[in-house]
Design a protein around this ligand. Structure first.
Ligand SMILES: [Cu+2]
Length: 237
């Protein structure tokens, strides 16, 4: 009986601590003899094509075109995936990051995918037509701004980490993405699908790969002091 009481008592103690740890803010510090995680994101399956059919403002938005569900380079390299370490409490300092910009150009979000940290984001209209840029954390609105004329700009704040899907309430086919990370251990892949995350304190981590069509995939990774851990992650497998 006593043991049960003790067990219940420890659970009561541990649960709030676990929540606190999860919600804890990232703390910047010195990393002595950190390791590197590097590798490649690949995909070798079929690529779905989404047909984009501008139904209004055609002089600005252009003609019908096809957009791939995943951008593939040589050897199945996946472009525009975001690779990051989850739930890191402390580590290297953030490097300087420019304030992210979501630009509406010819009814396309530029860039299509970007990474940001919590904080301000500028939303800009380069087109001479109305855009209404609407960002979502899942189903919840992250921001919702009307940009009625060319060079209209509105600044909003990204309050939470995670995927932000961006639509336009004026042009239903527009789609863009922003991923808000909680720590500086991240990289967005380019055309070669490669990533490298350095100055990681030795330890066990969860490496997450996000891609707009595949969502998130988690992989366990161990980092040893001063060494490089190689990881190749194939999406859709
Ligand atoms: Cu629009």
């Amino acid at each position: 009986m006593r043991r049960i009481i003790q067990a219940v008592f420890s659970l009561v103690l541990i649960l709030p601590l676990a929540f606190a740890a999860h919600a804890a803010k990232y703390v910047e510090g010195e990393v002595a003899n950190g390791g590197t995680i590097q590798g490649k994101i690949t995909y070798n399956g079929a690529v779905k094509m989404r047909t984009v059919l501008p139904t209004k403002d055609k002089e600005v938005c252009g003609k019908t075109r096809k957009v791939p569900s995943v951008v593939i380079g040589e050897g199945g390299a996946v472009q525009d995936s975001v690779v990051f370490l989850k739930d890191v409490a402390t580590g290297k300092p953030w490097s300087k990051m420019e304030r992210p910009v979501i630009n509406n150009i010819n009814c396309i979000f530029e860039p299509h995918v970007q990474v940001a940290r919590r904080g301000k984001v500028d939303i800009l209209n380069t087109d001479p037509v109305l855009h209404n840029t609407h960002g979502y954390y899942g189903k919840a609105t992250a921001f919702n701004v009307a940009l009625p004329f060319k060079d209209a700009k509105v600044t909003k704040t990204l309050k939470r980490v995670g995927e932000v899907r961006t639509d336009c309430d004026a042009h239903g086919w527009m789609l863009g993405w922003l991923y808000v990370v909680s720590n500086p251990y991240f990289m967005q892949t380019g055309a070669d699908g490669m990533f490298s995350i350095d100055n990681v304190p030795a330890g066990d981590y969860t490496l997450v790969v996000w891609q707009e069509s595949f969502g998130e995939k988690e992989v366990s990774v161990s980092v040893e002091a001063g060494s490089t851990t190689e990881v190749t992650i194939e999406l859709g497998s």
